[in-house]
Design a binder for this molecule. Structure first.
Ligand SMILES: *Cc1c(COP(=O)(O)O)cnc(C)c1O
Length: 365
């Protein structure tokens, strides 16, 4: 089946693939947004048309996550990487440090920002062995004095994901969900703060979602610069300064698309079906493909695997691209392949990749 408008199947980890209906809607509205005679990027962020976009995006995200009025959605900038620094600046002290679970590259980067400030400690690490699993509840050393326990819920580079929510005995639970945000239902109320750069699963790079308990967000120290304080975003409804309006508008459309598909339960069913297909292709390959992640930590979003040689890996990437299967090269720190199969990756794309894997194996095993 030919792909519409000569598009490819985009397995890139981020920016990631976006739903085609959303891209088309954005295209159709570009010159004249809701009868304003302007595009969404030209309109004032104080205009009523924009206010509606802003409020609806927040409401849809909270509805999808099943969160109530005690939580707030913030639209921030600087990517997830900026959150790595803002978390300790706002919440950690020497007496009440941030406690970090190291499960991959981004988890480590986040920990380092806290460590540079002298307010971080490590609760667990799965670095030994190459981040093949996420630490289990039994591996976590939870300090009851910690300001928070920080997790990276889906490890984009290594292809591992949590399949449980840690019990913290009252320590606030924070999570980086940049690469699995809104991909499945979870008991989100058990988290005190969740953040995500949206460019993996939800929109264009440029806005970072922070979804957290309002009473927590209010606690920023007074002495911090205005734009570094969560309380500024809370008190001004993320409109203290000019927001990344186009990104928020786009994320709102993706949230509405997820709702129309049937919400997070439907996303999870589809995502699991896609992941199962690729993991089966790995597991039934007589060792030709070797998955990086331990089975109980396998990600539904990023499927990582190696081939028998680097030579074959190069050939795999090149031949896959000829079949319009793009972006399957793994991160340099793990090597091999990584197929990112976010919400908007259609089942047919994954089926095409699994077929290609089978043919490639038969030709080279
Ligand atoms: C991509 C990614 C980041 C970095 O996000 P930026 O928005 O580029 O700063 C952080 N954490 C995870 C889990 C990621 O996948």
């Amino acid at each position: 089946m030919p792909l519409e408008a000569n598009r490819v199947y985009n397995f890139n980890p981020g920016p990631g693939t976006m739903p085609l209906p959303v891209l088309k809607e954005v295209q159709a509205e570009m010159l004249n947004f809701h009868g304003s005679g302007e595009s969404i990027v030209e309109i004032s962020h104080r205009a009523p048309q924009y206010a509606e976009v802003h409020a609806q995006a927040k409401a849809d995200i909270k509805e999808l996550m099943g969160l109530g009025d005690d939580y707030e959605v913030l639209f921030m900038t600087g990517g997830a990487s900026t959150q790595f620094a803002l978390l300790p600046l706002n919440f950690a002290t020497k007496e009440h440090p941030g406690s970090y679970v190291l499960s991959g590259s981004f988890a480590e980067k986040c920990y380092k920002e806290g460590a540079n400030l002298g307010v971080a400690e490590i609760a667990a690490s799965s670095k030994e062995g190459g981040y093949k699993h996420v630490p289990t509840q039994d591996e976590l050393k939870i300090n009851s004095e910690a300001a928070y326990l920080h997790l990276c819920y889906n490890n984009t580079i290594y292809g591992t994901e949590y399949h449980y929510i840690p019990e913290t005995n009252g320590v606030p639970l924070f999570a980086d969900m940049s690469s699995d945000m809104l991909s499945r239902p979870l008991d989100f109320k058990r988290f005190d703060l969740i953040y995500a750069g949206v460019q993996k699963n939800l929109g264009p790079a440029g806005v970072t979602l922070v979804i957290a308990k309002r009473d927590l967000l209010a606690k920023s120290p007074e002495k911090l610069p205005t734009m570094f304080k969560y309380s500024t975003f809370l008190n001004k409804d993320s409109l203290f300064n000019t927001p990344p309006a186009f990104c928020i508008y786009f994320v709102g459309k993706v949230a509405a698309w997820i709702k129309a598909q049937g919400g997070l339960t439907v996303m999870a069913e589809r995502n699991k079906k896609k992941a199962d297909l690729l993991y089966a292709a790995i597991d039934n390959s007589d060792g030709f493909y070797r998955g990086h992640a331990d089975k109980d930590s396998r990600s539904f979003m990023n499927v990582t695997f190696r081939l028998p040689s680097e030579e074959l890996e190069k050939q795999f990437v090149a031949e896959a691209a000829e079949q319009a299967l793009c972006g399957v090269k793994g991160h340099r720190s793990v090597g091999g392949m990584r197929a990112s199969i976010y919400n908007a990756m259609p089942y047919e794309g994954v089926e095409r990749l699994a077929d290609f894997m089978e043919k490639f194996r038969k030709a080279h095993a």
